[in-house]
Design a protein around this ligand. Structure first.
Ligand code: TXA
Ligand code: MG
Length: 350
Protein backbone atom coordinates (compact mmCIF):
# COMPACT_ATOMS: atom_id res chain seq x y z
CA UNK A 1 0.00 0.00 0.00
CA UNK A 2 1.17 3.50 -0.82
CA UNK A 3 1.23 5.57 2.38
CA UNK A 4 0.61 9.28 1.86
CA UNK A 5 2.56 11.67 4.08
CA UNK A 6 0.87 14.95 4.99
CA UNK A 7 3.27 17.44 6.54
CA UNK A 8 1.26 19.86 8.68
CA UNK A 9 2.50 22.69 10.90
CA UNK A 10 0.55 22.46 14.19
CA UNK A 11 0.83 26.21 14.60
CA UNK A 12 -0.51 26.99 11.13
CA UNK A 13 -2.80 24.12 10.19
CA UNK A 14 -3.48 23.54 6.51
CA UNK A 15 -7.14 22.64 6.76
CA UNK A 16 -7.28 21.21 3.22
CA UNK A 17 -4.81 18.47 4.18
CA UNK A 18 -6.79 17.77 7.35
CA UNK A 19 -9.96 17.41 5.24
CA UNK A 20 -8.22 14.96 2.89
CA UNK A 21 -7.08 12.90 5.88
CA UNK A 22 -10.61 13.12 7.33
CA UNK A 23 -12.02 11.78 4.07
CA UNK A 24 -9.71 8.74 4.33
CA UNK A 25 -11.04 8.06 7.84
CA UNK A 26 -14.67 8.42 6.75
CA UNK A 27 -14.04 5.83 4.03
CA UNK A 28 -12.73 3.32 6.56
CA UNK A 29 -9.00 4.00 6.03
CA UNK A 30 -6.24 4.48 8.61
CA UNK A 31 -4.39 7.72 9.34
CA UNK A 32 -1.57 8.16 11.89
CA UNK A 33 -1.56 11.57 13.58
CA UNK A 34 0.24 13.42 16.37
CA UNK A 35 -1.25 13.95 19.83
CA UNK A 36 0.36 15.72 22.79
CA UNK A 37 1.39 12.34 24.28
CA UNK A 38 2.52 10.07 21.40
CA UNK A 39 1.47 9.53 17.77
CA UNK A 40 -1.78 7.58 17.35
CA UNK A 41 -2.92 5.22 14.56
CA UNK A 42 -6.47 6.36 13.83
CA UNK A 43 -9.55 4.78 12.31
CA UNK A 44 -13.30 5.49 12.59
CA UNK A 45 -14.19 4.21 16.10
CA UNK A 46 -17.73 3.31 14.98
CA UNK A 47 -16.48 1.17 12.07
CA UNK A 48 -15.69 -2.38 13.17
CA UNK A 49 -13.69 -2.96 9.98
CA UNK A 50 -11.44 0.04 10.64
CA UNK A 51 -10.67 -1.27 14.13
CA UNK A 52 -9.81 -4.69 12.72
CA UNK A 53 -7.48 -2.99 10.22
CA UNK A 54 -5.75 -1.16 13.09
CA UNK A 55 -5.03 -4.44 14.88
CA UNK A 56 -3.70 -5.95 11.66
CA UNK A 57 -1.42 -3.00 10.84
CA UNK A 58 0.09 -2.96 14.34
CA UNK A 59 0.26 -6.74 14.70
CA UNK A 60 -1.63 -6.21 17.96
CA UNK A 61 -3.65 -8.89 19.78
CA UNK A 62 -7.33 -8.08 19.15
CA UNK A 63 -8.24 -8.46 22.84
CA UNK A 64 -6.27 -5.29 23.61
CA UNK A 65 -8.82 -2.44 23.39
CA UNK A 66 -8.34 0.88 21.59
CA UNK A 67 -8.79 4.42 22.94
CA UNK A 68 -11.61 6.49 21.38
CA UNK A 69 -10.53 10.10 20.74
CA UNK A 70 -13.19 12.81 20.90
CA UNK A 71 -13.30 16.60 20.49
CA UNK A 72 -16.26 17.46 22.74
CA UNK A 73 -17.44 16.25 26.14
CA UNK A 74 -20.88 15.51 24.68
CA UNK A 75 -19.32 12.70 22.61
CA UNK A 76 -18.43 10.93 25.86
CA UNK A 77 -22.10 11.13 26.88
CA UNK A 78 -23.04 9.79 23.45
CA UNK A 79 -21.03 6.55 23.84
CA UNK A 80 -21.13 5.94 27.62
CA UNK A 81 -23.72 4.09 29.69
CA UNK A 82 -24.48 5.41 33.22
CA UNK A 83 -21.73 8.02 33.22
CA UNK A 84 -20.55 8.77 36.80
CA UNK A 85 -20.30 12.39 38.06
CA UNK A 86 -16.55 11.95 38.44
CA UNK A 87 -16.27 11.93 34.62
CA UNK A 88 -17.45 15.54 34.41
CA UNK A 89 -15.19 16.59 37.30
CA UNK A 90 -12.07 15.03 35.77
CA UNK A 91 -12.93 16.26 32.28
CA UNK A 92 -13.32 19.82 33.60
CA UNK A 93 -9.92 19.55 35.27
CA UNK A 94 -7.84 17.77 32.60
CA UNK A 95 -9.55 17.80 29.18
CA UNK A 96 -8.46 18.51 26.58
CA UNK A 97 -5.29 16.76 27.71
CA UNK A 98 -3.29 13.60 28.41
CA UNK A 99 -5.93 11.68 30.41
CA UNK A 100 -8.02 8.70 29.28
CA UNK A 101 -11.21 7.72 31.12
CA UNK A 102 -12.62 4.18 31.20
CA UNK A 103 -16.43 4.11 31.40
CA UNK A 104 -19.21 1.62 30.70
CA UNK A 105 -20.22 1.67 27.05
CA UNK A 106 -23.55 1.63 25.24
CA UNK A 107 -23.96 0.11 21.75
CA UNK A 108 -22.58 3.07 19.73
CA UNK A 109 -18.96 1.87 19.83
CA UNK A 110 -18.65 -1.71 18.51
CA UNK A 111 -16.96 -4.49 20.48
CA UNK A 112 -14.24 -4.72 17.80
CA UNK A 113 -13.01 -1.32 19.04
CA UNK A 114 -13.09 -2.27 22.73
CA UNK A 115 -11.42 -5.66 22.41
CA UNK A 116 -14.71 -7.33 23.34
CA UNK A 117 -15.12 -5.38 26.60
CA UNK A 118 -18.33 -3.65 27.75
CA UNK A 119 -16.27 -0.64 28.81
CA UNK A 120 -14.66 1.96 26.58
CA UNK A 121 -11.52 4.12 26.92
CA UNK A 122 -12.08 7.75 25.91
CA UNK A 123 -9.70 10.68 25.52
CA UNK A 124 -10.13 14.31 24.44
CA UNK A 125 -6.61 15.26 23.23
CA UNK A 126 -5.31 18.84 23.26
CA UNK A 127 -3.04 18.63 20.21
CA UNK A 128 -4.39 21.05 17.56
CA UNK A 129 -3.89 18.57 14.69
CA UNK A 130 -5.65 15.76 16.58
CA UNK A 131 -8.49 18.13 17.38
CA UNK A 132 -8.86 19.38 13.85
CA UNK A 133 -8.80 15.83 12.47
CA UNK A 134 -11.54 14.59 14.80
CA UNK A 135 -13.68 17.64 14.05
CA UNK A 136 -13.20 17.69 10.27
CA UNK A 137 -13.57 13.92 9.81
CA UNK A 138 -16.80 13.93 11.79
CA UNK A 139 -15.61 10.62 13.31
CA UNK A 140 -14.71 9.68 16.83
CA UNK A 141 -11.24 8.26 16.20
CA UNK A 142 -10.11 4.94 17.65
CA UNK A 143 -6.34 5.17 18.07
CA UNK A 144 -3.71 3.10 19.82
CA UNK A 145 -0.12 4.33 19.77
CA UNK A 146 1.14 4.23 16.16
CA UNK A 147 3.93 1.69 16.67
CA UNK A 148 4.26 -1.95 15.73
CA UNK A 149 3.00 -3.92 18.73
CA UNK A 150 5.80 -4.39 21.27
CA UNK A 151 8.02 -1.57 19.97
CA UNK A 152 8.52 1.76 21.79
CA UNK A 153 5.66 4.23 21.23
CA UNK A 154 6.32 6.81 18.48
CA UNK A 155 7.12 10.37 19.52
CA UNK A 156 8.09 11.58 16.04
CA UNK A 157 6.66 10.97 12.56
CA UNK A 158 9.84 9.15 11.52
CA UNK A 159 9.15 6.49 14.18
CA UNK A 160 5.71 5.92 12.63
CA UNK A 161 7.23 5.78 9.16
CA UNK A 162 9.73 3.14 10.39
CA UNK A 163 6.96 0.92 11.76
CA UNK A 164 3.92 1.50 9.54
CA UNK A 165 4.86 2.91 6.13
CA UNK A 166 3.29 0.71 3.46
CA UNK A 167 0.72 -0.67 5.92
CA UNK A 168 -1.63 2.31 6.39
CA UNK A 169 -3.22 4.97 4.16
CA UNK A 170 -1.60 8.10 5.53
CA UNK A 171 0.68 9.62 8.16
CA UNK A 172 0.34 13.21 9.33
CA UNK A 173 3.78 14.55 10.19
CA UNK A 174 3.18 17.29 12.76
CA UNK A 175 6.69 17.27 14.23
CA UNK A 176 7.82 15.85 17.57
CA UNK A 177 5.18 15.42 20.28
CA UNK A 178 5.21 17.36 23.52
CA UNK A 179 5.01 14.89 26.44
CA UNK A 180 6.41 11.68 25.00
CA UNK A 181 4.65 9.22 27.35
CA UNK A 182 1.14 7.84 26.77
CA UNK A 183 -1.86 9.28 28.62
CA UNK A 184 -2.76 8.52 32.22
CA UNK A 185 -5.61 5.97 32.20
CA UNK A 186 -8.24 6.37 34.93
CA UNK A 187 -10.87 3.66 35.39
CA UNK A 188 -14.22 5.12 36.47
CA UNK A 189 -16.07 1.81 36.53
CA UNK A 190 -14.81 1.01 40.06
CA UNK A 191 -16.12 2.57 43.31
CA UNK A 192 -12.97 4.68 43.57
CA UNK A 193 -11.28 6.11 40.43
CA UNK A 194 -8.30 3.86 39.71
CA UNK A 195 -5.13 4.58 37.73
CA UNK A 196 -4.53 1.74 35.26
CA UNK A 197 -1.52 3.37 33.56
CA UNK A 198 0.55 6.23 35.04
CA UNK A 199 1.30 9.30 32.91
CA UNK A 200 1.88 13.03 32.95
CA UNK A 201 -1.31 13.61 34.99
CA UNK A 202 -0.23 12.02 38.26
CA UNK A 203 -2.12 10.64 41.28
CA UNK A 204 -1.69 13.81 43.28
CA UNK A 205 -3.17 15.96 40.49
CA UNK A 206 -6.14 13.61 40.12
CA UNK A 207 -6.77 13.62 43.89
CA UNK A 208 -6.83 17.42 43.97
CA UNK A 209 -9.68 17.29 41.47
CA UNK A 210 -11.71 14.30 42.56
CA UNK A 211 -10.68 13.13 46.06
CA UNK A 212 -9.58 9.56 46.72
CA UNK A 213 -7.79 7.82 43.82
CA UNK A 214 -6.31 4.31 43.78
CA UNK A 215 -3.59 2.72 41.71
CA UNK A 216 -4.18 -0.66 40.07
CA UNK A 217 -2.05 -3.04 42.20
CA UNK A 218 -1.07 -4.86 38.99
CA UNK A 219 1.14 -1.92 37.92
CA UNK A 220 2.80 -1.21 41.25
CA UNK A 221 6.25 -2.56 40.53
CA UNK A 222 8.37 -5.62 40.87
CA UNK A 223 6.85 -6.95 44.11
CA UNK A 224 3.54 -7.13 42.25
CA UNK A 225 4.49 -8.59 38.88
CA UNK A 226 2.34 -11.63 39.69
CA UNK A 227 -0.83 -9.46 39.91
CA UNK A 228 -2.62 -9.14 36.55
CA UNK A 229 -2.99 -5.49 35.48
CA UNK A 230 -6.57 -4.49 34.61
CA UNK A 231 -5.64 -2.71 31.34
CA UNK A 232 -4.94 -5.54 28.89
CA UNK A 233 -2.13 -3.54 27.26
CA UNK A 234 -0.23 -3.35 30.55
CA UNK A 235 0.07 -7.15 30.65
CA UNK A 236 2.31 -7.53 27.64
CA UNK A 237 6.05 -7.03 27.49
CA UNK A 238 6.07 -3.71 25.75
CA UNK A 239 8.11 -0.70 24.70
CA UNK A 240 10.95 -3.12 24.27
CA UNK A 241 14.14 -2.36 22.39
CA UNK A 242 15.63 -5.32 20.52
CA UNK A 243 18.66 -5.61 22.83
CA UNK A 244 18.53 -7.07 26.34
CA UNK A 245 17.89 -4.05 28.60
CA UNK A 246 18.77 -4.05 32.31
CA UNK A 247 18.37 -1.21 34.80
CA UNK A 248 21.15 -0.63 37.33
CA UNK A 249 19.88 0.88 40.57
CA UNK A 250 21.63 2.32 43.64
CA UNK A 251 24.09 5.08 44.61
CA UNK A 252 25.19 7.06 41.60
CA UNK A 253 28.90 6.29 41.86
CA UNK A 254 28.29 2.57 42.35
CA UNK A 255 25.86 2.52 39.42
CA UNK A 256 28.46 4.08 37.12
CA UNK A 257 31.13 1.65 38.35
CA UNK A 258 28.86 -1.35 37.81
CA UNK A 259 27.72 -0.24 34.34
CA UNK A 260 31.37 0.30 33.36
CA UNK A 261 32.20 -3.20 34.59
CA UNK A 262 29.25 -4.81 32.75
CA UNK A 263 29.96 -2.86 29.56
CA UNK A 264 33.61 -3.90 29.53
CA UNK A 265 32.64 -7.53 30.19
CA UNK A 266 30.07 -7.42 27.36
CA UNK A 267 32.56 -5.97 24.91
CA UNK A 268 35.13 -8.60 25.85
CA UNK A 269 32.53 -11.19 24.82
CA UNK A 270 32.23 -9.40 21.48
CA UNK A 271 28.79 -7.92 22.22
CA UNK A 272 27.64 -4.46 21.18
CA UNK A 273 26.81 -2.56 24.40
CA UNK A 274 24.55 0.49 24.79
CA UNK A 275 24.37 2.70 27.88
CA UNK A 276 21.47 5.01 28.76
CA UNK A 277 23.07 7.85 30.72
CA UNK A 278 22.24 11.44 31.63
CA UNK A 279 23.96 14.71 30.70
CA UNK A 280 25.59 14.62 34.14
CA UNK A 281 27.07 11.13 33.77
CA UNK A 282 27.64 10.56 30.05
CA UNK A 283 31.36 11.36 30.16
CA UNK A 284 31.99 8.96 33.04
CA UNK A 285 31.42 5.84 30.95
CA UNK A 286 34.50 4.21 29.46
CA UNK A 287 32.99 1.63 27.09
CA UNK A 288 29.90 1.05 24.98
CA UNK A 289 27.71 3.42 22.96
CA UNK A 290 26.58 6.06 25.43
CA UNK A 291 23.33 7.96 24.80
CA UNK A 292 22.16 10.67 27.17
CA UNK A 293 18.44 10.80 27.91
CA UNK A 294 18.78 14.42 29.07
CA UNK A 295 19.34 16.44 32.20
CA UNK A 296 18.76 14.30 35.30
CA UNK A 297 16.92 17.18 37.01
CA UNK A 298 14.53 17.75 34.12
CA UNK A 299 12.09 14.88 34.35
CA UNK A 300 9.92 16.23 31.52
CA UNK A 301 12.94 16.08 29.23
CA UNK A 302 13.63 12.48 30.32
CA UNK A 303 9.99 11.53 29.63
CA UNK A 304 10.14 13.29 26.28
CA UNK A 305 13.32 11.44 25.18
CA UNK A 306 12.75 7.96 26.62
CA UNK A 307 11.11 6.20 23.67
CA UNK A 308 13.39 7.91 21.18
CA UNK A 309 16.46 6.70 23.10
CA UNK A 310 15.11 3.12 23.15
CA UNK A 311 14.68 3.28 19.37
CA UNK A 312 18.17 4.75 18.95
CA UNK A 313 19.53 1.73 20.82
CA UNK A 314 17.93 -0.45 18.15
CA UNK A 315 19.35 1.68 15.37
CA UNK A 316 22.89 1.32 16.65
CA UNK A 317 22.40 -2.43 17.07
CA UNK A 318 22.99 -2.60 20.84
CA UNK A 319 22.68 -6.21 22.05
CA UNK A 320 23.18 -5.47 25.76
CA UNK A 321 21.75 -2.24 27.14
CA UNK A 322 22.34 -0.85 30.63
CA UNK A 323 20.32 2.06 31.95
CA UNK A 324 20.53 4.26 35.00
CA UNK A 325 17.34 4.57 37.04
CA UNK A 326 15.18 7.71 36.92
CA UNK A 327 13.01 8.25 39.98
CA UNK A 328 11.81 11.81 39.82
CA UNK A 329 9.13 13.55 41.91
CA UNK A 330 6.24 14.24 39.50
CA UNK A 331 6.28 11.77 36.63
CA UNK A 332 9.12 9.48 37.72
CA UNK A 333 6.54 6.73 38.30
CA UNK A 334 5.36 6.98 34.74
CA UNK A 335 8.92 7.00 33.40
CA UNK A 336 10.01 4.00 35.50
CA UNK A 337 6.80 2.12 34.64
CA UNK A 338 7.79 2.28 30.93
CA UNK A 339 11.48 1.59 31.54
CA UNK A 340 10.79 -1.40 33.82
CA UNK A 341 8.49 -2.91 31.22
CA UNK A 342 11.06 -2.34 28.49
CA UNK A 343 13.56 -4.16 30.71
CA UNK A 344 11.08 -6.94 31.55
CA UNK A 345 11.72 -5.93 35.20
CA UNK A 346 15.42 -6.88 35.10
CA UNK A 347 17.00 -4.66 37.77
CA UNK A 348 20.54 -4.99 39.09
CA UNK A 349 20.82 -3.50 42.60
CA UNK A 350 24.23 -2.21 43.62
O1 TXA B 1 -1.65 8.77 25.00
C1 TXA B 1 -2.31 7.81 24.61
O2 TXA B 1 -3.15 7.26 25.34
C2 TXA B 1 -2.07 7.32 23.18
C3 TXA B 1 -2.53 8.40 22.21
C4 TXA B 1 -2.48 7.97 20.78
O3 TXA B 1 -3.81 8.83 22.59
N1 TXA B 1 -2.75 6.08 22.94
C5 TXA B 1 -2.33 4.90 23.49
O4 TXA B 1 -3.09 3.81 23.09
O5 TXA B 1 -1.41 4.82 24.25
P1 TXA B 1 -2.62 2.31 23.33
O6 TXA B 1 -3.60 1.49 22.55
O7 TXA B 1 -1.21 2.13 23.00
O8 TXA B 1 -2.88 2.06 24.83
C6 TXA B 1 -4.21 1.95 25.31
C7 TXA B 1 -4.21 1.27 26.63
C8 TXA B 1 -3.91 -0.20 26.54
O9 TXA B 1 -3.09 -0.56 27.64
C9 TXA B 1 -5.29 -0.81 26.67
O10 TXA B 1 -5.26 -2.11 27.19
C10 TXA B 1 -5.98 0.16 27.61
O11 TXA B 1 -5.53 1.41 27.17
N2 TXA B 1 -7.44 0.14 27.49
C11 TXA B 1 -8.18 0.54 26.43
N3 TXA B 1 -9.48 0.34 26.64
C12 TXA B 1 -9.60 -0.20 27.87
C13 TXA B 1 -10.68 -0.66 28.67
N4 TXA B 1 -11.94 -0.59 28.23
N5 TXA B 1 -10.42 -1.17 29.89
C14 TXA B 1 -9.14 -1.24 30.35
N6 TXA B 1 -8.06 -0.83 29.64
C15 TXA B 1 -8.29 -0.33 28.42
MG1 MG C 1 0.65 1.43 22.85
Amino acid sequence: MDTRIFKIDPEDIDIRKIREAGEILREGGLVAFPTETVYGLGGDACDAGASEAIYAAKGRPSDNPLIVHICEFSQLEEIAADLPDTARVLADAFWPGPMTLIVNKNQVIPHETTGGLDTVAVRFPSHPIANALIRESGCMIAAPSANTSGRPSPTQARHVIEDLKGKIDAIIDGGPVDIGLESTIVDLTEQVPTILRPGYINKHMLEEAVGEVRVDPGILGKENVHIRPKAPGMRYKHYAPKGNLKIVSGDREKVIEEINRLAAAGETEGKKVGIIATDETRDLYKAGIVISIGDRDDEYQIAHNLFDVLREMDECGAELIYSEEFSTPEIGNAIMNRLLKAAAHQVIEV
